[in-house]
Ligand binder design. Structure first.
Ligand code: GDP
Length: 297
């Protein structure tokens, strides 16, 4: 299960402080030392941990907290609030263009789950929001990516736009939007090319698509299992391309949690959805508060 080690450790720490009738500054210090170690062990970004510990520590030793009737519970509430803030505070909504179609670009490295998530997102938009998306196969480099999206489209009963792998992704995107307008699709989800590593060729191609289609959302798909690598990838994509949100995949696996807890703070971009499995219905809006509750028990 995701966050298992972190949850276990933090819950142990919180249990110690919960029942205390009196909490001293040194109790708080001891607690924060344990929290710090637990977060570092969960592969949370070093600077993120430092800021988090400082913020919680400062709030927790406030006079009204330690002098309250239930200081232990107050301190735990602060940890819960700051953990929620760390992951973005409230749930973040998907954009809607003033004039349809709303255009979403899916970007990310190969293997992160981009093509699968494109299908899942289309499915979610239809089921939860009653939308009618057009899927666009613009990953012309990975062998089988086009076929994969077409298969997903067939499985979901949704239209997939493709022009094969001989036409440039920019041209594919342009024609797809035209097609979406003609066929009254309200969302267009473009599955762009991934690479094994970030390179300037990839970024140039993505920028080319961005300039042409002016997407309402650029979602970076990252694999939660890759921890701090995911955070570095997110930072690079955000610096070079500008993203509007992150979709974390494979949160059904046993990720330690570093990516989920660091990405928002490092990139200042919200995590919008979480992939919870390989099936087409395994995508959920990301709820920071629920995630924090799950970690703290
Ligand atoms: P792409 O190269 O980024 O387009 O990656 P794919 O969409 O082909 O996905 C790579 C692998 O990850 C596939 O085997 C997917 O089924 C799997 N995958 C994607 N999302 C998830 C997820 O949320 N959970 C799990 N367990 N597997 C996922």
């Amino acid at each position: 299960m995701a966050f298992e080690g972190l949850a276990e450790r933090l819950q142990g720490t919180m249990r110690k402080i919960r029942g205390k009738g009196k909490v001293t500054e040194s109790d708080v210090k001891e607690m924060m030392r344990e929290v710090r170690l637990a977060l570092l062990e969960a592969d949370v970004n070093f600077k993120v941990v430092k800021d988090f510990v400082k913020k919680v520590g400062e709030r927790a030793v406030g006079q009204d907290v330690l002098k309250s009737l239930t200081p232990g519970q107050q301190v735990i509430k602060i940890v819960q609030e700051e953990l929620t803030n760390l992951m973005g505070g409230s749930q973040s909504q998907i954009a809607v263009a003033k004039r349809p179609p709303t255009v979403i670009m899916m970007v990310g490295l190969q293997g992160a789950g981009k093509t699968t998530t494109t299908g899942k997102l289309a499915n979610l938009l239809r089921k939860k929001y009653n939308r009618n998306p057009l899927l666009v196969a613009a990953d012309i480099y990975r062998p089988a990516a086009i076929k994969q999206l077409e298969t997903l489209g067939k499985q979901l009963g949704m239209s997939v736009f493709s022009l094969g792998d001989k036409v440039s992704p920019v041209k594919i995107a342009e024609e797809a939007i035209q097609k979406a307008k003609e066929d009254h699709h309200d969302y267009v989800i473009i599955d762009t090319a991934g690479r094994l590593h970030i390179d300037s060729e990839l970024m140039d191609e993505l920028k080319g698509i961005r300039e042409l289609v002016h997407p309402d959302e650029i979602f970076l798909v990252v694999d939660a299992m890759t921890g701090q690598d995911a955070v570095n990838v997110a930072q690079s994509f955000n610096d070079q391309l500008g993203i509007t949100g992150v979709i974390l995949t494979k949160l059904d696996g046993d990720t330690r949690g570093g990516a989920a807890l660091s990405i928002r703070a490092v990139t200042n971009k919200p995590i919008k959805f979480a992939g919870m499995g390989e099936k087409m219905d395994a995508l959920e809006p990301f709820h920071p508060e629920r995630m924090a509750s799950r970690i703290l028990g």
